[in-house]
Design a protein around this ligand. Structure first.
Ligand SMILES: CC(C)[C@H](C(=O)O)[C@@H](O)C(=O)O
Ligand code: SF4
Length: 473
């Protein structure tokens, strides 16, 4: 008997459908539910209904959005911020959930922590009340962000109603050039298909440029799927995935691990699997990128100039461009490499893993930053390992601040804001007006590119600096 070829997404989806409604919605079993401080609303809903968390052992609470990036030895000064952190702890405590709090040795940004702890595994369904939950798809999991009402539904039932998304495969052939990273790849994808180019779809990233990526790089790519409007992003699990998972605290051990790998090897899309849409890119066409506007789709090679709305045929688009240039304080035609910056931020669930910090540190070694900057590792384990390798010294000697793990200046809700009017070279994922602070201007780029900008004080093509790779230890 031959069965219908299926994609990675279809295999994971089919394995989790518990029931289907006449309107086509499916009830999915949820394998992992992650929570951050924003979950207080959903806890309020289940408490109000007198319900308990249905599967506390599959539910994990992580303090990340509101935690301070400076000293953690003193209590959080701002009572409202402190309250967000303690509310999560109280809700997790009341429902018997594993809580990764402010002083936990595994604490970090939920999308950095969960893979690191072995909570994120291939073939699982993973949800969190956070749009960047797409990150976990890097392991071949079906992972997506949900709203507060859905969070309360998952808390109470460990299931979720979903409409089946369409599928899209983005294949990136070839190999990325020197200093061209996963961040540049995903920025190029978003620039190619647009900020809503994948709306209603789950993306599968495929091709030699994707399989050559480390797990860190794959996490960066899947993280920003949401910035292309996708429901989720996925990458087929392979030996890179399996060896990354092996030995992690929550990962299966010994014979159970071998059995799990056997199951995971069946997950990749069958050769003839169909997709609703196919997009193809050539890695050789991808350059170190920066965004010039207030959407990630405005990513261009750093060697380009600020685009001119007068040259844009579509009047609606031209008007949007003018508005963005006005907010960003940029003049059409200016070479991007002449745009001065005021500060840098290296961090976030997009780019705060070890590989990211190593790439930034390699650029900063033996150099001084000419603008202020903050480096915030994605988790305590990343911070510890970076310190063991002396990366913190390279950052501090270059004049940058070395912070404690959390979301920090990616969104600024812990108080780490880019001052109004300032231009920030940032390794984050969103650049809409006010994202890093009222009237702050954000240019998205890779860690190496942000470090290069710190050294010159302007947007800079990292390929023009003499950078030698750091040793692994
Ligand atoms: C605060 C949170 C709900 C939000 C998200 O959903 O992504 C944040 O993490 C972000 O990146 O904007
Ligand atoms: S680091 Fe930024 S993008 Fe990621 S979860 Fe935190 S606020 Fe959202």
């Amino acid at each position: 008997m031959t069965s219908q070829p299926r994609s990675l997404f279809e295999k994971v989806w089919d394995a989790h459908v518990v029931a289907t409604r006449p309107d086509g919605q499916a009830l999915l079993a949820i394998d992992r539910h992650f929570l951050h401080e924003g979950s207080f609303h959903a806890f309020g809903m289940i408490d109000h209904a007198g319900r308990r968390v249905r599967r506390p052992e599959l539910t994990f609470a992580v303090a990340d959005h509101y935690v301070p990036s400076h000293s953690r030895s003193k209590p959080i000064a701002d009572p409202e911020i402190a309250n967000m952190v303690t509310m999560l702890e109280a809700n997790a405590g009341r429902h018997g959930l594993r809580h990764f709090g402010l002083h936990d040795p595994a604490q970090g940004i939920v999308h950095v922590l969960a893979p690191e702890q072995g909570l994120t595994l291939p073939g699982l369904t993973i949800v969190c009340g956070d749009s960047h939950t797409s990150t976990h798809g890097a392991f071949g999991a079906l992972a997506f962000g949900i709203g507060a009402t859905e969070v309360s539904h998952v808390l109470a039932t460990q299931t979720l109603w979903q409409r089946r998304p369409r599928t899209m495969r983005i294949t990136v052939h070839g190999m990325l050039g020197p200093h061209v990273t996963a961040k540049d790849l995903i920025l190029a994808v978003i620039a190619a298909i647009g900020a809503d180019g994948a709306a209603g779809h789950v993306i599968e990233y495929a091709g030699s440029a994707i399989s050559a990526l480390s797990m860190e790089g794959r996490l960066t790519v899947c993280n920003m799927s949401i910035e292309a409007g996708a429901r989720a992003g996925m990458i087929a699990p392979d030996d890179t995935t399996f060896s990354w998972i092996e030995g992690r605290p929550f990962a299966p051990k010994g014979e159970l691990f071998d059995r799990a790998v056997g199951q995971w090897r069946i997950l990749p899309s069958d050769p003839d699997a169909g997709f609703d849409r196919e997009v193809t890119l050539d890695a050789a066409d991808i350059a170190p990128a920066v965004t010039w506007g207030t959407s990630p789709e405005t990513a261009v090679p750093v060697t380009a100039g600020v685009p001119d709305p007068a040259a844009e045929g579509d009047p609606v688009r031209a008007r949007q461009m003018r508005k963005m240039l006005d907010y960003m304080g940029l003049t059409p035609g200016t070479p991007l490499e002449e745009v001065p910056i005021d500060r840098v931020f290296i961090g976030s669930c997009t780019n705060a893993r070890l590989e990211d910090l190593r790439a930034a540190a390699a650029v900063l070694r033996g150099r001084r930053a000419v603008v202020p900057g903050l480096v915030v590792p994605g988790s305590v384990p990343v911070r510890r390992q970076a310190e063991a390798e002396g990366l913190d010294r390279l950052f501090i000697d270059a004049g940058l601040e070395w912070g404690e793990p959390g979301c920090s200046m990616c969104v600024g809700i812990n108080g780490d804001l880019v001052p109004a009017g300032e231009r920030c070279a940032s390794t984050t994922n969103r650049n809409f007006p006010g994202r890093q602070g009222p009237n702050a201007r954000t240019h998205l780029m890779s860690p190496a590119m942000a470090a290069a900008a710190a050294v010159t004080g302007r947007l800079t093509d990292v390929r023009k600096l003499d950078v030698r790779k750091l040793g692994a230890s």
